[in-house]
Design a protein around this ligand. Sequence first.
Ligand code: SAM
Length: 292
Amino acid sequence: MKVESQQKLLDCNIKSKVKEQHSSYGEIPSLIKWTGSKRSQASRIAALVPEHNHYYEPFLGGGALLYLFARPRATGSDIYKPLVDFWIMVRDNSEYLIDNYYTQWGLLQESLPEYYYIVRERFNTTHQPEDLSFLMRTCVNGIVRFSKKGDFNNSFHLSRRGMLPDTYSSIVKDWSEKIREVDFICGDFETVVSQSKPGDFVYLDPPYAGNKQRYIGDLDISRFYGVLEDLNYRGVKWALSFDGARGKKTYDYSPPSDLYRRRENLTSGYSAVSKVLNGPIEEVNEALYLNY
Ligand SMILES: C[S@@+](CC[C@H](N)C(=O)[O-])C[C@H]1O[C@@H](n2cnc3c(N)ncnc32)[C@H](O)[C@@H]1O
């Protein structure tokens, strides 16, 4: 068999595997797609989460796990302010967010794709959370991408017209109810998790090292390990999504073995990022490290 046909067959197999996985996590509605989303693994990670008092998710992104642990006491935080503003708007001002989407979606249908680029330009100046949400629901595969300057620079998804407003509305309402009592903070993970106490639980999902273009902010790995060490010292339980082999490449950033007690392998499906960049479909293997 030619290499090209073999690759196609492999891609097909991976795609059908991914479809199977999607049906098992259908219960978490996709509010905002974020690079590195853990929706596909959320139920498997959740099964490993111990009883806890306060739940912390300091690399919130699209907050797949937050949906399952939003109550009774939870804090979600991220370094990217427009994203945190979006979460706050979903919690406190969902009606405005929904109305705004109906309006913007209507304008988009009248002027495809020009309206998308008007909103993108506006967002890069004003950073309004409703614009971020609109862009994320209409850009190529919903993948966030930033220029070196920090501007959102993904293109419009030409073959799609954006999520239907009725669907958007029911997803926002569902999440809004779920996160009613969640505290959202814009800030660095270290500051936020320093508030945790014994009996609390922290779920950490930092960006892949070397994946700067897809996130705002940078992560110093020795500082990160220092925070894990501090949590261990203070008796706070944590789980960390980390490293992983993606296709042929191995992203091997396993934490030092004295920092954690066990490691679970989780396969998350194919990389949406390589799909956007028209690269070969790569299976992503993620590991979960636990300090308990
Ligand atoms: C892998 S994503 C999280 C994905 C999320 N678990 C989900 O399911 O959508 C990592 C997030 O960490 C955030 N981040 C990067 N550096 C950070 C820092 N120093 N402190 C807090 N958040 C940071 C990024 O903005 C990004 O949203």
